[in-house]
Design a protein around this ligand. Structure first.
Ligand code: B12
Length: 296
């Protein structure tokens, strides 16, 4: 998506007059900055927010830099069920269409959590079964993961992390190679206004702990798709939780094998089964601002 838009560009993109956009800016419905010469400029993220909240029709995705949206709209032959379409795009390697579907759902007002729990998780679960009947299944699985990563990463680009917003940091533990679930957690948290640092797959708990200190994090997450060495991992998590408790921060744990760890919910630990639960948890919390030691 283009970094900044003029009122004329934004107007053309959503099929309204330039004067309407200028008026919306002046009335405070759209947040804009001013150039040295006093001209209004609208950030891509603000344009996305406006489109989502006002259900605006996008007539010229190219102006907004949303070419993927066009690719998705043109290739509508798979049917209208978004889960089915996303699965078919992932299976066939149609990356632009897959990114476009996710963008379209988001701009129509679906939350990041709804998109991940819905089309993304459903399609990946189906992709994971293809190898049984077809030798290409493993190839499709690897390729689909990379495309889904692009699609979820695309949503992150539409978020504007506020300076001073609470920071969250997390990843998947050592021995867990899964990249998508942790990335999705970061996208969901950013969608809820947090600043999120995803440390990715194979993150030692001691590294996560350093990240919490360095970033002054209010929330840490662990996505556990594969729990190896459960007893060791459990001890490491207990130490992390003690450290988080001293900071007044929370650990959120989820993922396909999270329950294997036998963690009990407390003031410092939350075990969630879905992105919707994570979203609801964060919406119900009042996290204090963070002051990271280093930029994130
Ligand atoms: C992609 C994939 C792989 C890829 C991973 C690529 C990569 N680098 O990321 C590769 C090819 C490496 C792989 C390998 C294997 N895989 Co695999 N894989 C999958 C697959 C298809 C998708 C996983 C995924 O990314 N899902 C997308 C995410 C977004 O969804 P999710 O994980 O379901 O998470 C949801 C919730 O758990 C929750 N959530 C997740 N994290 C968090 C965190 C928090 C904080 C919260 C609140 C919630 C939350 O929200 C998500 C959305 O609803 C799954 C199928 C499936 N049903 O999940 C199999 C699957 C997980 N794999 C499986 C298996 C068996 C394996 C292998 C052992 C296969 C083998 N014989 O080699 C290896 C082992 C790898 C290892 N040791 O790490 C099985 C696991 C069965 C089990 N647990 O007993 C599954 C279920 C496939 C199946 N149907 O059998 N795999």
């Amino acid at each position: 998506m283009k970094t900044v838009l003029t009122p004329r560009q934004f107007a053309e993109a959503i099929g309204v007059s330039e004067s309407s956009v200028k008026r919306w800016v002046d009335e405070g419905h759209i947040v804009a900055t001013r150039t040295a010469g006093g001209h209004r400029r609208i950030s891509a993220q603000e344009a996305a927010r406006y489109i989502r909240e006002h259900a605006s029709v996008i007539e010229r995705p190219d102006i907004l830099g949303l070419d993927d949206l066009e690719a998705f709209q043109v290739r509508g032959e798979v049917g209208d069920d978004p889960d089915e379409r996303f699965f078919e795009y992932l299976r066939s390697g149609a990356a632009a269409q897959a990114r476009g579907l996710v963008l379209s759902a988001y701009l129509q007002g679906r939350s990041v959590a709804q998109i991940v729990d819905g089309p993304v998780a459903h399609a990946m679960a189906r992709i994971g079964e293809l190898w049984v009947a077809n030798p290409s299944g493993i190839f499709w699985e690897h390729r689909a993961t990379q495309i889904a990563v692009q699609a979820v990463g695309r949503l992150r680009l539409l978020q504007t992390p506020r300076k001073g917003a609470p920071v969250a940091v997390g990843g998947a533990p050592s021995g867990d190679r899964y990249i998508l679930p942790s990335l999705a957690v970061a996208a969901v948290l950013e969608g809820e206004g947090l600043r999120a640092t995803n440390l990715g797959a194979e993150t030692p708990i001691s590294t996560l702990s350093l990240g919490v200190d360095d970033l002054d994090a209010r929330l840490a997450w662990l996505s556990v798709s594969v729990a190896t060495n459960v007893d060791t991992l459990r001890r490491q998590i207990d130490r992390l939780v003690a450290r988080l408790a001293r900071r007044g921060a929370l650990l959120v744990v989820g993922g396909a094998e999270a329950r294997k760890l036998g963690l009990t919910k407390s003031d410092t630990v939350y075990v969630g089964g879905s992105m919707a639960e994570l979203e609801a948890l964060v919406q119900g919390m009042r996290l204090a601002p963070s002051e990271p030691r280093s930029g994130n």
